[in-house]
Ligand binder design. Structure first.
Ligand code: CMC
Length: 430
């Protein structure tokens, strides 16, 4: 006996339409509205996509009610504790954990792409000294489409794979170049003896005399990269998919994702959180800012709090808070004033009825900036660090989408509220 198709009936205008229900591998059923307009002549209205699944995907699962996140079925806690960012990147892209040999080949392919073309390096001479790192990242990633365009056929699996490794290799070098543009220091070099995250720190700070990578810091960075590597159809990933669905150059699609990430409601929140801590300054001023966050006439929001999907503690935030303690202990800063302020703010918010009623908890961005700051990064670089980690998610989603033979261009409709038809009146008659 075959599996019975599940449907949901919708009554309208005295008629009835049966809509198929799709069954995910985990989670609630999904109403299939693919043919809804053709069947009924109606459209659905879901302006910020609160109720809409925009695609099928095999990569990442989030259960926001339970506070669960997994990559390819593996719980984020296990990956953050036991894995490495490169291994997780392999897992996201290939769908399975690698053997040691497979991981070595993967690492080599990423390493081989850790270089920048002359024209991209020269681009940095044109940026103002105070250019925001995210604007430099968007521009420099987009500029790679000027080099990698004519030879890329987005329908060819080999070309897509070549792009995947290029972008994974180049973004850390771009991040180091951006940091050195604002720090006025020279970029360090790749060191064979170091792992991926230690190499990133070496690229960032290796130009400083006598710099040596602290293993506690490189481990903390690796954990941050793992936790940020993917998060299903968030704003930036959806931007990559929407732009990419037109068949555009993948670097251009990637730049669209980075642009979306920059906003303070998304990845830009990590910079905004530290700005907020600096503004709050001391524990005795917390209640004033909590009241501001609750005041509907005040645009202030508690940055690093709340999430569209998580209505429970963001599992990434819990991990990052613990990592924060480890890094600050290593620096001998167990009484770090910013961490103390953050912990006090979290404690007060979690016991406030406004935050309880709306299920508002710390998200991935609440504690990460404190770690980045401890590692020596200026706050304007924090969202670049998010992008550096998320690039594997974006590239994997782009590859998954482009490999789908049924791919159609993304094209939402609208609820039109403008004027009805009216006739043009010549200029001298108005
Ligand atoms: N401070 C105060 N009130 C909040 C906050 C907050 N941070 N977040 C949500 N609310 C309130 C909101 O005003 C609304 O209240 P009411 O029901 O009375 O109108 C209720 O909670 C539901 O919020 P929402 O606006 O419907 O939530 P959303 O799903 O549209 O927005 C969010 C999600 C993350 C944009 C929002 O929570 C927010 O602005 N948070 C601060 C920015 C932030 O930390 N962003 C990082 C998100 S996680 C990482 C990432 O995506 O990159």
């Amino acid at each position: 006996m075959g599996k019975e198709n599940k449907t949901i009936g919708l009554l309208y205008n005295g008629g009835r339409v049966d809509l198929d229900l799709k069954e995910p591998s985990v989670g609630p059923d999904v109403v299939d509205l693919k043919n809804f307009s053709a069947q009924t002549g109606l459209y659905t209205f879901d302006p910020s996509y609160s109720s809409t699944a925009s695609c099928e995907s095999y990569i990442t699962y989030v259960d926001g009610t339970a506070g669960v996140l997994s990559y390819r079925g593996y719980p984020i806690e296990q990956l953050a504790q036991e894995s490495t960012y490169l291994e997780v990147s392999y897992l996201l892209y290939h769908g399975e954990l690698p053997t040691r040999d497979q991981l070595d080949v993967f690492r080599l392919k990423v390493k081989q792409n850790m270089l920048l073309e002359e024209s991209v390096i020269k681009l940095f001479d044109t940026f103002p000294e105070n250019a925001h790192p995210m604007s430099m990242l968007i521009t420099s990633v987009a500029s790679l489409s000027s080099i990698y365009h004519h030879d890329i056929n987005v329908r060819e699996p080999e070309d897509r794979e070549a792009f995947f490794f290029q972008v994974l290799g180049k973004v850390p070098i771009l991040a180091a170049t951006i940091l050195n543009h604002i720090n006025k220091k020279t970029v360090g070099s790749y060191d064979e003896k170091l792992n991926y995250s230690a190499n990133i720190l070496n690229l960032f700070f290796g130009g400083i005399p006598n710099f040596e990578v602290n293993p506690v810091f490189s481990k903390a960075l690796d954990v941050l990269l793992i936790l940020h590597a993917d998060h299903e159809q968030n704003c930036s990933t959806s931007s990559v998919r929407l732009a990419g669905s037109s068949g555009t150059n993948p670097y251009a699609a990637m730049a669209a994702g980075i642009a979306a990430l920059w906003g303070p409601l998304h990845g830009g929140a990590n910079e905004a959180v530290v700005r907020m801590f600096n503004e709050i300054k001391s524990k005795d001023r917390i209640s004033h800012f909590i009241e501001k966050a609750k005041d509907k006439n005040d645009p202030f929001r508690l940055m690093g709090f709340g999430h569209r999907v998580y209505k429970n503690y963001d599992p990434r935030a819990a991990f990052i808070r613990a990592t924060c303690h480890e890094v600050l202990d290593e620096l001998g800063q167990d009484n770090n004033p910013m961490l103390e302020l953050a912990l006090a703010l979290e404690e007060i918010a979690l016991h406030d009825q406004y935050f309880i009623d709306r299920n508002l908890y710390p998200n991935v961005d609440f504690y990460s900036g404190i770690i980045y700051q401890a590692l020596g990064l200026p706050k304007e670089m924090f969202t670049v660090m998010f992008a550096l980690a998320r690039v594997v998610g974006w590239a994997t989603h782009w590859c998954e989408m482009m490999a789908n033979p049924g791919l159609r261009i993304g094209r939402p409709r609208q609820l039109y509220l403008g004027p009805k038809k009216r006739n043009y009146i010549p200029l001298d008659q108005r």
